[in-house]
Design a binder for this molecule. Structure first.
Ligand code: CA
Length: 236
């Protein structure tokens, strides 16, 4: 999951970014409202935004209103230091999906992130699954046919990105964006190395490469074009 942290307090911003990166998120951090605006309007895609309200140069509420005015539905969790009802109401009314009052526990933030991204993706199930391969974002458990499989944080993040939309091809660049924040060291073949490791651990039958396009999870799709009408000899 790729996250943007908008926070002017250097202690909170830094510790939040490091904690989220340790969890395997690609987390980027901007320090004021104008920088947040610029990044969010640039077309760079985030799975969720953690937005402080009291910011220099442009308030969090203004950043949020501008985001929604652009028709951007990226989930936003408002972080507010003040336990003021007006802040929560203003945030939600401006288009926030949820809010957290500082100081908060990392576990609660992670649960809220899972909830807002699940809703945004139109999913009601809390686990991701194709065939007998199952991933639980909350417990971070992966299993195949009921057998638990241990993955590294990056392998988990990569598999999660693919399982969110089974059958949909995700490009290498999209996966790199999901796995790496700004300034994080990235080998050019990193994604194919992780794919190789995932196939070794999970079996190769559910993880596929489409040359030149990217990767998908699910049963292998046939390479033949879809027939226009009923196939010759088909039972239908
Ligand atoms: Ca602040």
């Amino acid at each position: 999951m790729r996250l943007l942290i908008v926070e002017d307090d250097p202690m909170i911003g830094e510790s939040l970014r490091e904690a989220l990166r340790r969890q395997g998120f690609a987390a980027d951090w901007v320090h004021d409202g104008q920088a947040a605006d610029a990044v969010l309007a640039s077309g760079e895609r985030f799975d969720a935004v953690l937005l402080d309200l009291g910011l220099p140069r442009r308030s969090g509420i203004e950043v949020l209103k501008a985001l929604r005015a652009r028709g951007d539905s990226t989930p936003v969790v408002v972080l507010t230091a003040r336990d003021a009802l007006t802040d929560k109401v203003a945030g939600l009314d401006a288009g926030a999906d949820d809010y957290l009052v500082k100081p908060f526990e990392l576990d609660e933030l992670l649960a809220r992130l899972r909830a807002v991204t699940r809703r945004h993706g139109g999913r009601t199930a809390t686990t991701l699954q194709v065939a007998d391969l199952r991933l639980d974002p909350a417990t971070r458990e992966v299993s195949r046919a009921g057998r638990s499989i241990l993955l590294s944080a990056r392998e988990f993040a990569l598999l999660e990105a693919l399982l969110e939309r089974p059958g949909a091809i995700v490009s290498r660049a999209q996966l790199e964006d999901r796995l790496y924040g700004w300034g994080e060291e990235l080998e050019s073949n990193a994604i194919s190395v992780y794919m190789h490791q995932l196939r070794k651990k999970l079996g190769a039958d559910l993880l596929h490469t489409v040359r030149g396009l990217g990767y998908y999870a699910g049963p292998e799709k046939g390479t033949a074009p879809m027939p226009a009408g009923p196939e010759k000899g088909s039972a239908a």
